[in-house]
Design a protein around this ligand. Sequence first.
Ligand code: ATP
Length: 331
Amino acid sequence: MAKRIGVLTSGGDAPGMNAAVRTVVRAALHYNMEPWAIYRGYHGLIRGEMEPVSSRAVSGIIQRGGTILKSARSDQFRTPEGRAKAMDMLTKNGIESLIVIGGDGSFAGALALEELGMKVICIPATIDNDIACTDYSIGFDTAVNNVMDAVNKIRDTASSHERVYVVEVMGRDSGYIALYSGLAGGADVILIPEVPYDVDQVCQQIRRANEQGKTYNIVMVAEGVKPVSGVDTGESPSMQIGRYIQEKTGYDTRITILGHIQRGGAPTVRDRLLASRLAYHAIELIYQGKSGKMLGEVDQVVKSFDLSYALAQEKELNLDYYHLSNILSSI
Ligand code: ATP
């Protein structure tokens, strides 16, 4: 009998997940394996929401954002009982290997399943790009392009009304989205969790830029930056920062929280290629009998890493981008 493998998407959805699913299914068939779709991540796994999937079932999905397998979060899976149920469902359905497409939380879940005896391979997919051992995770490039498009539009209105725009973007504790889209979108100030900021200095920077002839400003804020007062009131940081700038500078200041539009839309070429390559290698690893690995692309080469090692690493942010942005906006 052909080796039966399961595939699921878990955690936040990321554009390009579908491209990964498509490749997993077709590469599995290429290697004479039997691919099974598992729906709604670990939540669906515990409930046995799974079925065989054909090559045709993944037709016409490479260009779609989100995930046809659906995604969910599962508190039950965080418990030993929940994971035992999940393991039970896998063995009951004859699944010998599992491919998990998701972020680091999903990887931690996969590692816990491996400890119960399941063979697992993980593919990094999160718009936050906060996973170590890969230059980029699937979905990041599309998200950054989404933000850049939005900033282009905000720039039109900001310049017309000569306003300051504070734009808040996703990323959890990572500044990747803010930094890359801020630099690519020509933001005047970029605030990221990795670099402490002084809001009075931000005001000064805006004032100086306007004295030099600027008539509007874009301040890019990562959702994970610390609150202005240092006290977490539950309010998003951009609200506090925007209010502060308005009060201190007197400039008309508007706040835009981009929210979930960042994760939607057709995946970019980069995300489709990354997803296809990583997914193909995932099947190759399974074919070779490997387990407990995550795949990453480093300097354009696909590499595999022990999951436990990868999860213990800190994802580094290239601060050259930050310094470059500061130089470009200070002139
Ligand atoms: P993203 O960061 O893009 O949202 P993620 O994979 O990190 O993706 P999480 O919500 O952290 O998203 O994790 C997805 C699911 O993985 C959780 O709902 C939970 O079921 C499982 N999970 C997370 N952490 C663990 C853990 N330490 N042990 C077992 N399972 C976990």
